[in-house]
Design a protein around this ligand. Structure first.
Ligand code: 5GP
Length: 324
């Protein structure tokens, strides 16, 4: 399948006509944009990651019976898709409050939204993609009533499938945006992309942002976060994750002068505890983590302790680990 002619160039993708009029080629670019393209950057390798991640999600959805435009992956930066007429609406599903929802309504970030919220936005860059109600959609014929119902139904199904799939990989699907298109017969398909550019992914335990918010908010390590998502979804599903709590203690080794410890020791002596022989003051950390087994959690925590030690000649650690 060859690219014949560029049909459209967007912020993150180019779309080409092919020799089959029913198919198009998506080329994922290395550019990143936010706030309606007011903030721009290029990151080498980003197009490959969004292409591979999007292909994985679209294929997963297709396998679960959701119609999508995805046909096949062509190479690192290209995928073959059905040519569709795009419905001029973006559908956003939210499981947790954040982003424009918090800004618009002044609500706290991180609230669980059960059942999830489904919102429609008009695809219009000049207007900054405004939120629209179903009455607006009907009044201005942005989509028909059955199309709106179908988009809602499909979006919630997509949310169920992706949330479960990601949860098993230690990722919380916070929210995402979908686009839809229709073929000649009027059948509706999930179109466009599903990637860290269009979704919010939080690490289940640390709540670390693994999506475009790293770029929007200048959090750094944007590409590393996208890599992490690709790494987690391209590996076989981890065994069912269990939750563990580790209590870590890091303190100066016996024999190393601990001035804070000495101060506490002399206070204890003056408070009439002559039996106290030594006091070591250290750091105490309580860490919650996901792991498929106690053994693996223990290994991870041990490694964390070693990484946290400032200097293993003078510091040592101990930890307690239990499943919670
Ligand atoms: P918010 O409305 O909070 O800015 O975004 C909600 C979700 O939809 C986020 O996951 C965000 O990435 C996605 N989203 C909303 N509008 C757009 C858009 O115009 N482009 C992209 N790439 N994602 C969007």
């Amino acid at each position: 399948m060859n690219k014949i002619k560029l049909i459209y160039e967007g912020k993150a993708k180019k779309v080409y006509e092919t020799d089959d009029p029913t198919l198009a080629i998506f080329e994922y670019k290395d550019s990143l944009t936010a706030f309606n393209a007011q903030k721009k950057d290029t990151m080498q390798g980003k197009g490959r990651l969004t292409n591979l991640i999007s292909a994985t999600f679209l294929k997963l959805l297709q396998d679960k019976g959701i119609p999508t435009h995805f046909v096949k992956l062509l190479d690192d930066n290209h995928q073959l898709v059905k040519r569709l007429k795009i419905i001029p609406l973006e559908v956003v599903v939210r499981n947790t409050s954040t982003g424009s929802l918090c800004k618009r309504l002044g609500v706290e970030e991180g609230l669980d939204l059960v059942p999830p919220l489904v919102e429609f936005y008009l695809k219009n860059d000049e207007l900054g993609d405004p939120l629209v109600t179903e009455d607006h959609i009907r009044a201005f014929c942005f989509a028909s009533k059955p199309q709106v119902e179908k988009m809602k139904e499909l979006s919630l199904k997509v949310n169920d499938i992706l949330s479960k799939y990601l949860y098993e990989r230690g990722i919380k699907l916070v929210d995402f945006k979908l686009e839809f298109g229709t073929d000649e017969e009027g059948n509706i398909y999930v179109a466009d992309e599903i990637s860290p550019d269009t979704c919010r992914f939080w690490d289940l335990s640390s709540k670390e942002r693994l999506d475009k918010d790293r770029f929007r908010k200048d959090l750094g390590n944007v590409l590393e976060a996208y890599e992490e998502i690709w790494h987690r979804i391209s590996q076989p599903k981890a065994a069912i994750q269990k939750r563990y709590e580790a209590k870590l203690f890091i303190y100066l080794k016996e024999g190393v002068l601990d001035t804070q410890g000495k101060t506490v020791l002399s206070s204890l002596h003056s408070l009439n505890y002559p039996e106290v022989q030594d006091v070591r003051v250290g750091k105490y950390l309580k860490i919650t983590l996901n792991s498929p087994s106690h053994q693996e959690a223990e290994f991870k925590v041990k490694k964390m302790c070693e990484d946290l030690l400032v200097n293993d000649l003078i510091e040592e650690y101990a930890f307690e680990l239990e499943e919670i």
